[in-house]
Design a protein around this ligand. Structure first.
Ligand code: PA5
Length: 460
């Protein structure tokens, strides 16, 4: 497995005053190595568990045994979850099978993944219309076991399943949740659902390599041993304190410096591969929720964060790059590129008879895609816009597992460098409580009153 980070176009010799110098990097390196050490100590203390996930052979075995036992009985896996309980499954499915709507035909050997991560009724009810309950396996995922959107969608899906299958419905439902927290676990026990747990010290957005991502992946037919093998290899590399061999550490140092020294407050994740589009959305959550914080670890109000944006090459060259080239110079661009595609996409050899077209015959789409990416990087560099590259050799289970783990380590190291807790998400709590209040959940009087006060302010 080979994944490389190249920060050359972040340097001041490439982008002038908007870049960082080798001296900045040399001076920042000890802080980053210390941050990695602090993170290591927290993992050793049991505070954070994601680095251990790829080594959990027992869970992988258990998931594979279950997937093997049900294979052939369904052509659709319906995941009900949101945020960290949905995006990992989508990232894996998109990267390993291909982006919608160009995935291979769905059969019981190649079941499709339908991910219900919203409560838009037209989406949820449309999804039900598109699935056959007799050929669907439902995976409900909620670490807290209480997320309103997940519970609401699940209750609808459960009724839909029960109408078609009666008491057999519970045999078609898998729950992934915390062992000792929330009400999904007791519901699963009461109804007899197959259940998998995720460790308490693994947060939602860091849980893709737990049962949260691996159960849907195994049911969709991916080799989860290989995903974990790639992630395990990357984990070993990511613990090394030398940035020359540790791409997560190297990338974290570069991003920290270009963000905090040069004020690049927006991070554009710019994959040049449709298969990485799901991963870009997974990354968006990881970066936003982990690094967007009000307080540092000492409790000071800091309001840090780097807004992540997902852009797709080449598609968004024709949508976003005008802004990127000439708008505010407040962004850092991370190109994600694949060295070798499974098929290069040969352009037919015959000449067409027009100069504007005749340079293309005989070349490949792979070559054009790479040329477009390098051309965009060169253009951004000429416009003094700092940019960098993550290159994977190819998109298979091992590389995708490795890439996920690299980004998680990079985020964790950044969190330590910024002296924030990258693993909490206090900022989403208030909105959740207002939703509970509006929907009549018990025990929410304080938030009912706060919401009413807000409405009064609105109406003047
Ligand atoms: O990263 C996180 O912890 C969150 O984004 C959660 O994944 C999200 O809120 C869903 O939570 P739950 O799995 O409890 O439904």
């Amino acid at each position: 497995m080979s994944i490389r980070f190249d920060g050359t176009n972040l340097l001041d010799r490439m982008v002038g005053a908007h870049g960082i110098s080798p001296r900045d990097i040399a001076e920042g390196e000890p802080a980053a190595v210390a941050a990695l050490g602090r993170f290591h100590a927290r993992v050793e203390a049991g505070d954070y568990g994601f680095p251990h996930l790829p080594f959990d052979d027992a869970t992988v075995k258990e998931i594979r045994r279950y997937a093997d036992s049900v294979r052939g009985g369904f052509d659709t896996v319906c995941v009900v979850g949101i945020g960290g309980s949905a995006l990992g499954a989508w990232a894996l499915d998109c990267a390993l099978r291909g982006p919608h709507p160009v995935q291979p035909a769905f059969t019981v050997k190649n079941p499709r993944l339908v991910i219900l991560d919203n409560v838009d009724p037209s989406f949820v009810l449309g999804a039900l219309d598109s699935m056959n309950p007799k050929k669907t396996l439902v995976v409900v995922i909620a670490k807290s076991g209480a997320t309103a959107e997940t519970v609401a969608a699940f209750l609808i899906v459960r009724e839909w399943l029960e109408k078609a299958l009666g008491r057999k419905a519970s045999g078609r439902i898998v729950a992934v949740t915390s062992e000792n927290r929330g009400d999904l676990k007791p519901l699963a026990v009461r109804e007899g659902y197959t259940t998998f747990h995720l460790p308490e010290n693994v947060g939602g957005r860091f849980s893709v390599l737990s049962a949260v991502g691996l159960v849907p992946a195994a049911l969709a037919g991916f080799d989860i041993r290989k995903i974990c093998r790639g992630a395990a290899a990357m984990t070993s590399v990511c613990w090394k304190p030398e940035r020359a061999v540790n791409p997560a550490l190297d990338a974290a140092i570069h991003h920290w410096l270009v963000w905090t020294l040069r004020g690049k407050n927006i991070q554009v994740a710019f994959p040049y591969a449709n298969r990485l589009w799901g991963l870009a959305f997974w990354f968006r959550q990881l970066w936003a929720e982990s690094l967007g914080k009000k307080h540092d670890r000492a409790g000071n109000v800091v309001h840090v964060g780097q807004t992540p944006v997902a852009a797709l090459g080449t598609t968004d060259q024709h949508s976003q790059v005008q802004l990127y080239m000439e708008g505010p110079n407040d962004k850092v661009y991370s190109f994600w590129t694949v060295k070798k595609f499974a098929k290069p996409g040969r352009i037919p050899k015959g000449k067409v008879g027009f100069e504007s077209m005749d340079y293309l015959p005989g070349q490949t789409l792979e070559r054009l895609l790479d040329a477009e990416r390098r051309a965009t990087a060169a253009a951004l560099t000429e416009a003094s816009r700092p940019n960098c590259v993550y290159e994977v050799d190819k998109l298979d289970e091992e590389h995708v597992g490795g890439l996920l783990q690299l980004f998680e380590f990079q985020t964790a190291i950044l969190g330590e460098l910024l002296d924030i807790d990258a693993f909490d998400q206090e900022g989403v709590e208030l909105g959740k409580k207002f939703t509970f209040a509006l929907m009549g959940r018990k025990g929410q009087q304080e938030h009912v009153e706060r919401f009413q006060a807000y409405e009064r302010r609105r109406s003047g």
